[in-house]
Design a protein around this ligand. Structure first.
Ligand code: HSE
Length: 330
């Protein structure tokens, strides 16, 4: 049976989710694909923090071992921030390894470069996990929205913010209590400023812009406002008016002009995003032929993000390893 060797960068919430699902589904994948997926190494910054991990012999802080091992086919990156993630993935591509990333900040900044580099080296880039958690929005746009032109996208892209707003309204929690719960549930970033100040939604929106329009608007002209100033009183006032506050991310292309914004807005009961509650995310696409469609699903957490990564891995197993297809943006 063919063995595919995977290196994992990071063993936080997402890394552990990937490890768990790869391990527990091993037999089924062997049966369905005729492939054994072997986790060859797990690279972390502080190996000593993982002494209780069940396979601690896999853990190291030496990234170079991945580059030195020609048998590693795929590098899965689930670490935080632009560096060293970007350098690691650049070197992985140059070593002719397929890459999969869950790192939205890094990919919003460097996605275009990585896609071009991967094209030059004939390897694939999976980035489903960067955006909207477990919703297969990247694959949907890449593969199922080719003929339509998308003029507008309206979305809830941050699970933590949506969870906080829902808990403040439904369970009368304070902002701080709701944020603490979101952290305990593994929804929030290590630095929750990214969630509550709209940066996380902004990065995801920029990735969607790259995917839909092959470019991004000038970041300086994108409004980015989070939910940190929303009070329980604001929530109560809007609830009395049968409105809900949602952190909306909007991307539009008119003529050749792309505009984007992230901001909390009160929406009425009739709005399709009104019922998107808790950690759910949703994306509304306006297609030139199909009209308006909406995809929704869990937007954060170990399993939804691992799901997106593992679907990328499956796609690479089904296509990239045999054919080396890597058209840019598709
Ligand atoms: N902190 C992110 C969120 C995780 O709450 O949406 C998923 O990207």
């Amino acid at each position: 049976m063919k063995t595919i060797r995977v290196a994992l960068l990071g063993l936080g919430t997402v890394g552990k989710g990937v490890y768990h699902h790869l391990t527990t589904n091993r037999k089924r994948i062997e049966k369905e694909f005729g492939i054994t997926i072997d986790i060859a190494t797990i690279i972390v910054k502080h190996p000593e923090k993982h002494h209780s991990f069940e396979r601690k012999e896999l853990i190291s802080n030496d990234f170079q071992t991945i580059l030195d091992n020609p048998d590693i086919d795929v590098v899965i990156e689930a670490i935080i921030g632009r560096e060293p993630a970007f350098s690691y993935l650049t070197k992985s591509i140059q070593a002719e390894k397929h890459i999969i990333t869950a790192n939205k900040e890094m990919f919003a900044f460097h996605g275009k470069e990585l896609l071009h580099l991967a094209n030059a080296y004939n390897v694939q880039v999976g980035f489903e996990a960067t955006t909207a958690g477990g919703i297969p929005i990247i694959h949907t746009i890449k593969r199922l929205f080719q003929y339509n032109q998308i003029s507008k996208l309206t979305a809830i892209l941050n699970g933590t913010s949506n969870y906080i707003l829902s808990e403040m309204r439904n369970n009368k929690l304070s902002f701080e209590e709701a944020l603490q719960q979101a952290q305990q549930l593994g929804y929030a970033e290590a630095n929750p400023t990214n969630d509550i100040e709209g940066y996380d939604s902004f990065y995801k929106l920029m990735i969607l812009s790259l995917l839909l329009y092959q470019e991004q608007p000038n970041w300086d002209y994108v409004k980015r406002k989070g939910i940190s100033t929303i009070t329980s009183k604001d929530i109560a006032n809007h609830t009395a008016n049968r409105e809900r506050i949602k952190l909306l991310a909007v991307l539009e292309k008119q003529n050749d002009n792309i505009s984007a914004r992230v901001e909390p807005l009160a929406i009425p009961e009739s709005h399709p995003l009104y019922g998107v509650e808790g950690v759910q995310n949703a994306v509304i696409l306006e297609g030139s032929i199909v009209g308006e469609i909406m995809l929704s699903g869990p937007g954060a957490g170990a399993s939804p993000t691992a799901s997106a990564i593992l679907e990328d891995l499956t796609f690479i197993l089904r296509t990239g390893l045999s054919t080396h297809i890597s058209p840019i943006y598709s």
